[in-house]
Design a protein around this ligand. Sequence first.
Ligand code: PMP
Length: 355
Amino acid sequence: MTPRIRPDLATLPAYVPGKTFPGAVKLASNEVTFGPLPSVATAIADAAVGLNRYPDNAMVELTEALAKRLGVTPDNIQTGCGSVSLCQNLIAITSAPGDEVLFGWRSFETYPLATRVVGATPVQIPLTGDHTYDLSAMAEAITERTRLIFVCNPNNPTGTVVDADDLTAFLDRVPPEVVVALDEAYIEYLRPSAEQRYDAIELHRRYRNLVVLRTFSKAYGLAGLRVGYAIADPTVIEALRKVHIPFSVNSLAQAAAVACLAADAELLARTEAIVAERARVSARLIELGYRVPESQANFVWIDLGADALDFAAAGLEHKVVIRPFAGEGVRVTVTEPHENDVFLDFAQRWVSEAG
Ligand code: PMP
């Protein structure tokens, strides 16, 4: 007799992150290349002295620092072990078997996986032809079983963003009891056009069902420590606190995140270099004949259709690790010029070999 596992999980794939190897340029996980600032490393070392104790489960210092920075109150904030845990917890507090969780597709893989873990039904609405969330098609797809909607902006893996008017028109159409999670994991890289500009904090005040998700993993460079946060109405935050795994934001992570906030001008200034590189990498790829939608994140999407897996496999031979999506395309992190050049060199070779 084998242990009894829920049969509906048999077809659920495990999350497989991009693998790397010595000497490779890793462009598969949208990380930054720099390590913690000296002030952040010191905060981590200081916190390490108290590792015999459990962390602060209420995460008071970090929650208060975030509330102050964002102009909200601590009862509008819940931190979690990466924003991925907050995606899971939002599903847990809204959805049960028979309920629907709606999102654009392709988008962040956690949405369908975590939905299936609770036995709810993922409803995936194809992106528009230009790889952007199709908010009007999503509004049409809302049923009386819809409990939660994810809008990933900028979208992972395509980097595209929705227009602000389309977002508010969409929020106007969502019934107020349906929670909308605006996943802004890459927001620090957004340089919005006039049409794309919105203020998420203001929106969450206007729409009590709106939850904004952010992370310290990307622009703040703490991917290895796992800290994210949700900004929402206190009713949602209260529920998130009930399902939070006790002590899951460890004390080093809390101290590092507080220190990052204290140094955020310096950290955010570093996003400028990525934004400039994103423009350079995209322009070069387009010049080489690739189809690349305009990205507002720290990665670019290349629409490769059936060639996606072959392209990524050839990249490995060139010591470049990128993230393929079979039959669709590849996502390539934008980092420092010398790493981006290794990728561009490979992308150019691929074109000349194909031609
Ligand atoms: N949302 C999106 C869209 C992401 O791409 C990611 C990370 N890949 C996350 C959330 C989760 O980030 P973390 O758990 O590291 O905060």
